[in-house]
Design a protein around this ligand. Structure first.
Ligand code: IPM
Ligand code: MN
Length: 355
């Protein structure tokens, strides 16, 4: 099979981790009889630098011309002064909207208990959860939005809006996923305060009628933040809105050991978008020490969801576990002075995938 993908290495550590993910994809292709065609395009701050736009036209065309997109990260402190609408992050929001990837899947597995983990071993036992985050609605996109006025009378506003259809389609993704897992959905909202959450709870409860084998619980987001660190193994599928999902997924990453380990798949439209959950990490960019596993595992999700190559995806996931077992990890996961570079971790995983 010929796998055509668009890569958006982006900013900060993005290019470094995408390079390792492409290396592993090529190893997979060589050993499983596929061919990879991965073409990079400027995006985010690198798009602003190279083409004067965070989301240049040629990048947009490229994204629409392949079934899958692999993204590194966006964001650069050099562009922090820009108004919200011109920031590189906005390019990512446009991309998510363009391809209607409304469902963001973020699996969190405590498969590597790092020496520097803030958790007790017992807390992490059996942690295997999937965050299903609504990705193209909510506070990120609601209109009107803006900043007005001058001096002391400045005001700023955003709009939180969800319609029943948007809630229903993301809820179905969560229930379908739960059916292939431990058959539990924890739907997270703030229904004691927000109207959008009241509707969220109603619609999720209605959708649950179609899934009698799935157990549904509703949880307020403040309590969910606590449960995630006190009893994380009780959670199977965590379904939530855009902003809550953004926050809770960074929190949950600490269960895995590092934000650098978390992959994600953004699906729902015809084109899939795959990106590590971590950001551009400008403080460590260019040093060759970034953890490439979030990006590599995102590439595995791409094989699974966009190309239906489950065995190939599993070969990569297994190779990642072998890297853990061999102690082949980057500096975010070990403090013992034997940390490996991004390229060493990528080479190791690629060699295991090659078999
Ligand atoms: C993420 C990121 C993005 C988000 C930023 C970069 C816009 O934090 O994918 O979690 O908030 O969705
Ligand atoms: Mn985030």
């Amino acid at each position: 099979m010929k796998l055509k993908i668009t890569t958006l290495p982006g900013d900060g550590i993005g290019p470094e981790v995408v390079a390792e993910a492409v290396k592993v994809l090529e190893a997979m292709a060589a050993s499983h009889g596929h061919e990879i065609e991965a073409r990079p395009f400027p995006f985010g701050s690198s798009g602003l630098d190279e083409a004067g736009s965070g989301f240049p036209d040629e990048t947009r065309q490229a994204c629409l011309s392949t079934p899958a997109i692999l993204l590194g990260a966006v964001g650069d402190p050099r562009h922090d002064h820009l108004p919200p609408g011109e920031r590189p992050e906005r390019a990512l929001l446009h991309l998510r909207r363009l391809i209607e990837s409304f469902a963001n899947l973020r699996p969190v597995v405590a498969s590597y208990v790092s020496k520097s983990s803030p958790f007790r071993k017992e807390t992490l036992e059996g942690v295997d959860l999937l965050i299903v985050r609504e990705l193209t609605g909510g506070l990120y996109f609601g209109e009107p939005r803006g900043i007005e006025g001058e001096g002391k009378s400045r005001r700023a506003f955003n709009t939180l809006r969800y319609d029943a259809k948007e809630i229903e389609r993301i809820a179905r993704v969560a229930f379908d996923a739960a059916g292939k897992r431990r058959s539990r959905v924890t739907s997270v909202d703030k229904a004691n305060v927000l109207e959008t959450s009241k509707l969220w709870r109603e619609v999720v409860t209605e959708v649950a009628q179609d899934y009698p084998a799935i157990e549904l619980e509703h949880m307020l987001v403040d309590r969910a933040a606590m449960e995630l660190v006190s009893h994380p193994s009780r959670i199977d599928v965590l379904l939530t809105s855009n902003l809550f999902g953004d926050i809770l997924s960074d929190e949950a990453s600490m269960l895995a050991g590092s934000l650098g380990l978390l992959p994600s798949a953004s699906i729902g439209g015809d084109i899939g978008l795959y990106e590590p959950v971590h950001g551009s990490a400008p403080d460590i960019a260019g040093k060759g020490i970034a953890n490439p596993i979030g990006a590599i595992a995102s590439a595995a999700m791409m094989l699974r969801y966009s190309f239906e190559l489950e065995n190939e995806a599993r070969a990569i996931d297994d190779a990642i576990l072998e890297a853990f077992a061999a102690g082949y990890v980057t500096a975010d996961l070990t403090d013992s002075g034997d940390a490996k570079s991004s390229a060493e971790v990528g080479d190791f995983i690629a060699s295991r995938v090659r078999g």
